[in-house]
Write a protein that binds this ligand. Sequence first.
Ligand code: PBG
Length: 345
Amino acid sequence: MTFVASATRTYPKTRLRRLRGSDALLRLCAEHSLSASDLVWPVFVCEGHNKREPVAAMPGVERLTSDLLPACAEQALRLGIPALALFPVVAPASKSADAREAWSKDNLISRALQALRGCGVAIVVDVALDPYTTHGHDGIVKNSRVDNEASLKALGKQALALAESGADLLAPSDMMDGRIAYLRTLLDAQGFETLPLASYAAKFASHFYAPFREALKVRPQGRASVAQPQGAPRDKRSYQLPCANADEALWEIALDLQEGADMAIVKPALPYLDIVRRAKEAFAAPLLCYHVSGEYAALRAAAEQGTLDERACLLEQLLCCKRAGASAVITYYAPRAAEWIHETL
Ligand code: PBG
């Protein structure tokens, strides 16, 4: 980048504050902007009828039964939000070590997709086994480890079931090696060659996911920290990215794009905007970032204490995601953010 700054163009000739002299000038010179089209709204879906269950760790967020989803979709349409992302809260009785409920006909997510058919907003669904496994891992555990190849097979079955149920966008969030190539080949062979994959390519092993796991009522179990002789690993560090590594995150994104991903997602959002920036510079593909449950909960808590202006801080955070290079942000604030954006215009 070249600046006009030189010996002849410094203060007092150059006064950057001139550009900040009025609202009109500020608006004219804005490099980035925020609109409702930049938002994806994650929604937790639970069993039952006409029921809303608050998520204690995420005040303002609820688990909804499928029959209430069309109203959410209508709200999204009205507000100009282009997509909902569904997350199933699977009943404990339907969980198992092999996650077979993930591809069983008529499971919770397929009924939710049925309820939303033709609703006019895109429906994004995660490909990952954590809502369905008793141990809470995204893959299949074998000999106390999350087994890559066994997980791919299960994820393939899940992805096909989701495609058949009418998902508009599949979002593999399991972080197994080779899963994008595996899923793309499988989907193409079954006639789903136009179904896009939004890969959670740079998904970090983050402590900011804690409220989400409460919302879904899942928790990776076991005693030792990574792999242990009995039971499952306690955390997801054997497949999600370490927060110390940025080059490796770029490598993950490059591989997923080569393997056939149509978009890449960086997750969480704010602490990882360096990854968004670098990926934006390195690749032409659309990039999304996920303002995750812990980021939502932290801002909500500060707002409830009266220490932060929730609306101003949230809109600032979202605009920073755009400035870093994200085309859209997945956020639990989506409906409120859209309202705030409309009020600001
Ligand atoms: C799991 C999944 C997680 C989130 C979305 N999908 C959590 C995890 O990896 O344990 C977290 C999202 C959030 O915190 O809002 N496949």
